[in-house]
Write a protein that binds this ligand. Structure first.
Ligand code: TEU
Ligand code: CA
Length: 536
């Protein structure tokens, strides 16, 4: 049974979801205490960002032990209890599988740098060049080069991400055996599957110089290589024994690549996160923003709807700024928040909702760079400083793109620290707007974004056409997006106005939902209005 085609999946960033013991850091008992919230939303599975032991240079994406729980978050017993308590509410748990790299604090790395067998080749090691230059010219994802000298070993190691995230070497067969073992460890404990971090980069074909590019020189040596597909097929054999689910995070993925990764007969992944629709407001690299152009965004969504029989639908995660200021409008906060909810819950595919999205949380309100935590933002700040970019401009660039925008603590109520923690201070600043944006308030407001999400999630559950129906676009202009979902004789049309001005569309039908109060629909949309019509 493909449960994931009917489920809504909710992403939790554990550090920022709910603190239970007053240390200012979210934790697993905190998550357990909020499971009812997720059940009420109609969530079928939770994707947990990493909860493994980690020095937290990249907040858990630098894992130092794959088979344990970070003491900041709890214990293995807490994790077992989470799996059980979630199951009692019909919710599955997906873990984050980060196997492109480990923390340099991982025991494997400690042994590898000392050339202790069989760990010697677990990572990509290389001597420098006689002229003192790095092993090759590749550049990394976090705005630095990707080689770090290790004194113990007397060689450089490869890191595509932060300096303390060393890339695992899949040319060494033991590495894959270790990963299989990790999969079994968690599947035996009852997790339902994995979100697989940067999974299309696993195999590096050589360490030769790359073609010079504006960003990520070297990419052609590791992006979606055939051997990576082979690795995924091997992992799938383990996963299939448990009927487990996988979604791959796949950077730079094209529809063709995605089809290869997700085709049922190839036996690799179940679905992937593509990035194209998230790049509509970027030039070349994420730090160079341009104005959001809805038409390009709709066209991109249409392309992916058409090219793949099924995939993920998402607008937010822990790496991206919040969706309302980005694709909607802060001045039409409520309306555009509901419109974006409508999009996510009515396109064809599995909707992923990121914590806080269901109450319309917006970007952080930090005052300056010293309030940032994210390793990527701090690196970029350092880099821009080195090029003498003035502080004002640096802040403009970083504040709009920083991953910390999505990582501020969840806003539960209007008590101290938004109900996230009883500590004086949360690990990352709570947004001061929590007096206006918080769950408790929205629970009492029938017109809230929260109640809209709940209502649409329910509608999606009741109407098979919204889940399994095919997709057909009807109108796609610089601000209006209209599409139809159809299953047998059932047909539903969704019309969205991505602008602060009224708009007209050609569709009519019996009004099922609108984010405005209205009785019928005559083709006229209010600013940021979303309507769902039953075709008659
Ligand atoms: O992200 C991979 C990735 O390439 C980007 O989303 C990245 O976070 C950044 O935006 C590049 O500019 C995954 C995780 O989601 C992210 O949190 C980790 O930091 C990263 O892998 C390394 O594990
Ligand atoms: Ca805690």
């Amino acid at each position: 049974m493909e449960w994931w085609k009917d489920a809504i999946i909710y992403q939790i960033y554990p550090r920022s979801f709910q603190d239970s013991n007053g240390d200012g850091i979210g934790d697993i008992p905190g998550i357990i205490s909020r499971l009812d919230h997720l059940q009420e939303l109609g969530v079928g599975a939770i994707w947990l960002s990493p909860v493994y032991p980690s020095p937290n240079d990249d907040n858990g994406y630098d894992i130092s032990d794959y088979k344990n729980i970070n003491p900041e978050y709890g214990t293995l017993e807490d994790m077992d209890r989470l799996i059980l308590e979630a199951k009692r509410r019909g919710i599955r748990i997906l873990m984050d599988l980060v196997i492109n790299h480990t923390s340099t604090k991982h025991a494997w790395f400690e042994k590898s740098r000392r050339r202790i067998e069989p760990y010697t080749d677990y990572y990509y090691w290389a001597p420098g060049n006689p002229d003192g230059t790095l092993p090759n010219n590749w550049t990394g994802f976090f705005g630095e080069d990707c080689w770090q000298w290790d004194d113990v070993r007397g060689e450089y190691y490869l890191h595509l991400f932060a300096r303390t995230q060393a890339d695992l070497n899949y040319h060494c067969p033991q590495v894959l055996d270790e990963v299989k073992d990790v999969l079994r460890f968690w599947l035996d404990r009852g997790v339902a599957g994995f979100r697989c971090d940067v999974i299309n980069l696993l195999w590096k074909d050589s360490l030769a110089d790359g073609e010079k590019r504006l960003a990520l020189t070297g990419l052609e040596h590791y992006l979606s290589l055939p051997e990576t597909h082979g690795i995924l097929r091997q992992l799938r054999k383990v996963l299939d024994g448990y009927r487990a689910f996988t979604v791959g995070e796949t950077v730079f993925v094209t529809p063709e690549m995605a089809r290869d990764l997700c085709a049922e007969d190839r036996g690799e992944l179940n679905m992937v996160f593509s990035f194209e629709h998230m790049e509509c407001d970027q030039r070349f690299i994420k730090w160079l923003k341009r104005d959001f152009r809805p038409k390009a965004f709709f066209e991109c969504l249409i392309k992916w709807q058409k090219e793949l029989p099924w995939n993920t639908i998402y607008l937010e995660n822990h790496d991206q700024p919040r969706s309302i200021p980005r694709f909607g409008s802060n001045s039409w906060w409520r309306e555009s928040g509901k419109l974006l909810a409508t999009l996510v819950l009515t396109l064809r595919g599995t909707p992923f909702i990121y914590q806080g999205q269901e109450i319309g949380m917006v970007d952080f309100d930090f005052d300056g760079v010293d309030q940032l935590d994210d390793v990527e933002s701090r690196n970029v700040n350092r880099l821009l400083s080195a090029y003498h970019v003035p502080e004002g401009l640096r802040w403009r660039i970083i504040s709009r793109t920083s991953r910390d925008n999505a990582r501020t603590p969840m806003q539960w109520d209007d008590g101290p620290n938004a109900g996230f923690t009883t500590a004086d201070k949360a690990w990352l600043g709570v947004n001061r707007n929590f007096h206006f944006i918080n769950l408790a308030d929205q629970e009492n407001d029938p017109d809230s974004i929260w109640n809209w999400y709940k209502d649409l999630a329910k509608l999606r559950g009741e109407r098979e056409v919204l889940r399994r129906g095919d997709f057909l676009w009807l109108e796609c202009t610089h601000r209006v997006f209209v599409y139809r979902r159809r299953l047998g004789a059932e047909s539903v049309t969704v019309a969205l106005n991505f602008s602060g001005r009224p708009a007209r569309v050609g569709s009519r039908g019996r009004l099922l939902r609108s984010n405005y109060h209205r009785d019928g629909f005559d083709g006229r949309l209010q600013p940021w209005e979303a309507v769902i019509l039953e075709d008659v």
